[in-house]
Design a binder for this molecule. Structure first.
Ligand code: DAH
Length: 355
């Protein structure tokens, strides 16, 4: 067998094996590199007798072309294989079940705070906040609650030290004082926040939420208070008409003071707000006592106004038909799943209820 044929057979055998890119490159160098088998053969042509040279050269060229073509093909194959392998590995298996995800829910208390905030902000109230840990002065004395006044017992206060100075605020009313002290009238604020009392049953929890309202200006009277509360109750419960009753009451920080009831009835086992002949107490309110204004460095001869305090949890229970307050704070995820609100849902109050 001629030497060229031998080379051909040897390399056809090598090239027809299953090769990777590196191996193929190696073979290519072995053949056509500087000292490669074929390159060497070409170099040797010069020393061959002239009569044989031509034949050998053409044989050699033929071999070169054949092997080069084969290498090119192999190269293509290897690259295709690699691409296919990549595609195979990165393939998305659309038959796999989807990953479950859990969307959080908005707690009814947060939902109601958002709703009342948006209702009051539409009529010019801004939001204020105060600390949960209060001192006796802001929580009671500055609010015109004398030493030994029954309100101090009534509130079942959690005191934080023996001197009874530091306490967990029993209502959001101290923020009235804090707000008035830090700037000048007029004031038109609401204060949503946590409040604390030593109390626990189906409708009371040691920690609960209140919304305080305060409007102080030069000509604010009880008519404004009534108008504001009518507006609020209608908007909040999404009813066109509502029955409201102001009952005389007593709070140390207001004079006169009133408790507000709203009319309701039970229909098909559900509570219906605004109609019916039953009454439900929802808040306390009144005209801010001159002593409170004085304590807050506001001149009661020039300024007066109203204040109110609503139980936020109570509002949530009424509007969303939840009958045990304690469940609000038990952090049971199943409860929240049921009573909570979808964060992407538009709040009901934005759905265009006419005023
Ligand atoms: N702070 C009172 C309470 O916790 C509620 C209240 C009543 C707030 C009358 C007021 C008000 O601002 O004017 O029971």
């Amino acid at each position: 067998m001629s030497e060229i044929k031998k080379i051909k057979e040897e390399y056809l055998l090598k090239l027809n094996k299953d090769l990777d890119q590196n191996k193929l490159n190696e073979i290519k160098t072995e053949l056509f590199g500087k000292n490669g088998v074929v390159s060497t053969k070409f170099k040797q042509l010069g020393s061959i007798a002239e009569n044989k040279r031509k034949e050998l050269a053409s044989e050699l060229n033929y071999l070169k072309n054949e092997l080069e073509e084969l290498i090119l093909k192999k190269n293509e194959n290897i690259q295709n294989k690699e691409i296919n392998k990549k595609l195979e590995n990165e393939k998305i298996d659309i038959t796999l079940p989807g990953r479950t995800y859990f969307a959080g829910k908005i707690h009814p208390v947060s939902q109601v705070i958002d709703e009342v905030t948006s209702i009051f902000s539409e009529i010019g109230f801004s939001v204020e906040e105060g600390p949960d840990v209060e001192n006796e002065y802001y929580n009671f004395s500055a609010l015109n609650t004398p030493e030994n006044h029954p309100a101090r017992d009534m509130h079942d206060t959690f005191y934080l030290d023996n001197s009874k100075d530091l306490l967990l605020r029993t209502h959001t009313s101290p923020v009235q004082i804090r707000t008035m002290l830090k700037s000048k009238p007029p004031f038109k604020i609401i204060v949503p926040g946590r409040t604390y009392r030593h109390d626990s049953d189906q409708t009371h929890s040691p920690m609960f939420h209140q919304l305080e309202g305060l409007h102080i200006d030069k000509n604010v009277n009880m008519g404004h208070l009534k108008g504001c509360l009518y507006y609020f109750v209608k908007k909040f419960f999404e009813v066109e008409k509502v029955r409201i009753r102001f009952r005389p009451s007593h709070f140390p920080f207001t004079e006169p003071s009133a408790e507000v009831d709203i009319g309701y009835k039970i229909q098909d086992g559900k509570i219906k707000i605004g109609e019916g002949d039953k009454w439900l107490e929802i808040l306390g309110c009144g005209m801010v006592h001159p002593n409170v204004l004085k304590n807050a460095k506001v001149n009661p001869k020039q300024y007066q106004g109203y204040a109110f305090g609503v139980g936020i949890d109570r509002l949530a229970m009424l509007k969303y038909g939840i009958n045990d307050l304690r469940a609000f704070f038990e952090s049971d995820i199943r409860w929240l799943e049921f009573y909570g609100f979808d964060p992407l849902d538009v709040p009901t109050n934005y759905r265009g209820l006419s005023r």
